[in-house]
Design a protein around this ligand. Structure first.
Ligand code: NAP
Length: 266
């Protein structure tokens, strides 16, 4: 396989750090540069925890894209920054692999249109853990038989967006096979606002935030006399890296917009 030149945006973050190590240990990947919001002009090897990683640090994405000739940008930053990075990468002909969550529907649509116009691959995945993708697929299967569904997503307390991208994606996949139904008692009333969670076409999404957690989700189904619970747990951020690797290997071969890892795993 040809070497893929990669920029990692957000290298000092929890996910970005794992991604830098993934690139470093993968034979056909090369770390072209990292995009940080500080440390401009330094070498990555000068930063704590990156000894032996020889790559320039940029804070300006345009300059980084112009000077590095990278094939792929892996973005693991924040929703606003990630959106700007993805759009700019596409404008420079660099294929994005985006793990950053919290993009709006309008932003996703706009990015899809740019990909179509430029005929460039772009993969955005709210969850790169293969087990989480299976949890979403199994939930979609179960939703054909159970209409009453509560999605409970649990994350560490530093997460910026709620509900999680995975919970939203799960709800969207379920909505493809489930007729809209308002769940619970028709006259139910929240005595404390938010008690029933977010409402997505009548099903409910609950976001738990606690230190100690990483990324977890359970989807509960109920019908007469029975419940079914489908649960996935990511215990560390390494759990996402096989999905990131697959996305990088795939994005260089495609010229379309892909949203969700489930669309690229067999
Ligand atoms: P994090 O630890 O807060 O890392 C985010 C990093 O982005 C920080 O180092 C931050 O730097 C940096 N950053 C902010 N603005 C920047 C800019 N303009 N240029 C470059 N870097 C910038 O968060 P995380 O836990 O790694 O998560 C990152 C994203 O991935 C989030 O959106 C999260 O929801 C998502 N995520 C996705 C998956 C998946 O499988 N798709 C899994 C887990 C998390 P400072 O600290 O200096 O601000």
């Amino acid at each position: 396989m040809e070497t893929v030149k990669i920029i990692v945006a957000g290298p000092r973050g929890r996910m970005g750090r794992e991604a830098v190590h993934l690139v470093g240990r993968t034979e056909h990947f090369e770390l072209a540069a990292v995009l940080d919001n500080k440390n401009d002009g330094k070498n990555l090897s000068e930063l704590e925890g990156f000894q032996g990683f020889d790559a320039p640090v940029y804070t300006n994405i345009e300059k980084c894209l112009q000077e590095t000739g990278a094939d792929v940008l892996i973005d693991l930053t924040t929703p606003e920054v990630g959106y700007y990075h993805t759009k700019t990468a596409l404008e420079y002909g660099v294929r994005p692999v985006v793990g950053t969550t919290g993009f709006t529907k309008e932003q996703l649509k706009e990015l899809e249109e740019i990909c179509e116009e430029k005929k460039l691959g772009c993969i955005i995945a709210p969850n790169f853990a293969v087990g989480a993708v299976l949890m979403m697929k199994f939930s979609q299967m179960a939703a054909k038989y159970f209409q009453d569904i509560e999605i409970i997503e649990l994350h560490h307390d530093q997460k910026l967006d709620a509900p999680s991208g995975t919970a939203v994606k799960t709800a969207e996949m379920i909505a493809e096979v489930r007729e809209t139904k308002k769940q619970g008692h028709p006259n139910e009333k929240e005595t404390i606002s938010g008690a029933r969670g977010a409402d997505y076409e009548g099903m409910h999404i609950h976001s738990v935030r606690l230190p100690g957690l990483i990324a977890h989700q359970q989807v509960m189904f109920g019908s007469d006399g029975q419940t079914l619970t489908i649960r996935h747990d990511s215990y560390n951020r390494a759990s996402f890296m096989s999905g990131v690797k697959l996305a990088v290997e795939t994005v260089v071969k495609i010229d379309t917009f892909v949203y969700g890892l489930e669309n690229i795993i067999e």
